[in-house]
Design a protein. Structure first.
Length: 160
């Protein structure tokens, strides 16, 4: 996609919130923990110090990752969209043909995907298979246990 990596409006807000928390809270707490561990003496055999330094490394890595997401983000507001076809941001109701059960997914960016919350990456196998499809279309996704057949029942564009 031209102009950056797509992310929904709510996904962008969640990234900003996590980044703010990491910088203002987590980073400050780990600085204190490292300082306190230093005061315990010999750093070579100081488990608290090494643990705190490792946690600091993870926090700084996540901060860097989230800053990259924000720098490259192209914010998409699904509520302002309309399409007969499935595109990024769409909320899709699918019939799992073999099980005769319906599932609902929103196609989102990788950083905000969470299948337990009904958000799948548009770059996932199912996401890729859905892009460009219309209501009534059949989609077959290759899975480790065999092909899974879906029928597109409904395409919606909702604010999130």
């Amino acid at each position: 996609m031209q102009g950056g990596t797509p992310i929904t409006k709510s996904g962008y807000a969640a990234v900003e919130s996590e980044l703010s928390h990491l910088i203002k809270v987590e980073r400050e707490e780990i600085k204190k923990a490292i300082s306190e561990a230093r005061e315990l003496g010999d750093l070579k055999e100081n488990a608290e110090y090494h643990s705190a330094k490792e946690k600091q490394s993870h926090i700084e890595g996540r901060i860097s990752q989230l800053q990259g997401v924000i720098a490259n983000a192209k914010i998409v507001d699904p509520s302002t969209m309309s399409s007969e076809r499935i595109v990024f941001g769409a909320t899709v109701t699918l019939l799992v043909v073999e099980k005769d059960v319906s599932v609902v997914y929103q196609l989102v960016g990788h950083i905000e995907s969470d299948s337990s919350k009904g958000k799948i990456s548009f770059q996932s196998p199912l996401g890729k298979a859905l892009i460009g499809k219309e209501e009534g279309d059949t989609v077959i996704v290759k899975a480790p246990k065999g092909d899974i057949e879906y029928e597109v029942e409904l395409i919606e564009f909702k604010g999130n």
